[in-house]
Design a protein around this ligand. Structure first.
Ligand code: C2E
Ligand code: MG
Ligand code: MG
Ligand code: MG
Length: 278
């Protein structure tokens, strides 16, 4: 009887749900096609700055240039790419492009010092070939592996801790760096952070946004910086938009920043121009 009055029927004919499903399927189909053609993706580069105002590196952020919808944000397709497995070829493309860029930067004095951070998704890290994959890409690009920084989220680390530690350790042994992205939004404890071969904690932008007014955010940021110091990790804040936020961070001992205060993520040409100017 309950079937007749139907949760199932309701679910199926909910117009919002259906529209959502159709849009997902459409994005997945278009994504698959775009990946096979390999022309619509582009990396943007957002500068990372230290307390002396020097550009120390960048984070690579993917953009999808569609014919009909303009530039699509990764927030709209990365989750779908993960669920469909398309993140594997796409993630390889990101890594290859990033490593080729590092190789090009290495040729010029003004950019030879730059590091490049690349976002890695859970699905990518989970495949057995991950380590070999990264090492192959790094050696084909012929770059200094110490310039490449992989950004992992706390959820990746917690999901499959032993496997993740094994893979991180193997890559770390070859010089590759690791950062925890969106730090503070997960459940990392000092106890388990100390087991990971990390180089950097990246304070999530949600704690920076209101840091001027919210004493809780200030306390959280202070704690993250203390954790980073006690583990000998570098700390960087993302989403820094105002001079005041930067100043508060500097006073608390956070000496690396990324955010609109300095620059939005930029297409390669504009990033190179930014480098020349700063
Ligand atoms: P994320 O790695 O945490 O990247 C930071 C996001 O914050 C970027 O959004 C960046 O444009 C934005 N942002 C930077 N500075 C500011 C600021 O001052 N204020 C504000 N409000 N936002 C700022 P974006 O580029 O849209 O990327 C969103 C997310 O998509 C990334 O978050 C990352 O999780 C994912 N993503 C981007 N590119 C890739 C990729 O190549 N592979 C994977 N797996 N994920 C990616
Ligand atoms: Mg990131
Ligand atoms: Mg982040
Ligand atoms: Mg984020």
């Amino acid at each position: 009887q309950s079937k007749k009055s139907g949760g199932c029927a309701l679910f199926f004919y909910d117009p919002d749900m259906q529209a959502h499903l159709i849009s997902r399927i459409r994005i997945e189909t278009e994504l698959r096609e775009a990946i096979s053609k390999g022309k619509q993706f582009e990396l943007y580069y957002q500068p990372q700055i230290n307390s002396l105002g020097i550009v120390t590196g960048a984070e690579a952020l993917i953009r999808w240039n569609t014919a009909d919808r303009g530039i699509v944000s990764p927030l709209e397709f990365i989750a779908i790419a993960e669920e469909s497995g398309l993140i594997l070829p796409l993630g390889d493309w990101v890594l290859e492009t990033a490593c080729q860029q590092l190789a090009t930067w290495a040729l010029e004095p003004k950019s030879a010092h730059l590091t490049l951070a690349v976002n890695i998704s859970a699905r990518q890290m989970g495949i057995p070939a991950f380590v070999e994959n990264v090492l192959t890409i790094v050696s084909q690009a012929n770059i200094n592996p110490e310039k490449l920084k992989l950004e992992l989220t706390e959820s990746i680390l917690l999901e499959n801790m032993e496997d993740t530690i094994t893979k991180m350790t193997a890559l770390k042994a070859r010089g590759i760096k690791f950062s925890i992205d969106d730090f503070g939004t997960g459940y990392s404890s000092l106890q388990y952070l100390k087991r990971l071969p990390l180089d950097q904690l990246k304070i999530d932008q949600s704690f920076i946004q209101d840091i001027e007014n919210d004493p809780n955010d200030r306390a959280i940021v202070r704690t993250i910086i203390a954790m980073a110091n006690s583990l000998n990790l570098e700390v960087i804040a993302e989403g820094v938009e105002t001079e005041k936020q930067k100043e508060l961070l500097t006073n608390k001992g956070c000496l690396n920043y990324q955010g609109y205060l300095f620059s939005k993520p930029l297409p390669l040409k504009m990033f190179n121009q930014y480098l020349t100017k700063h």
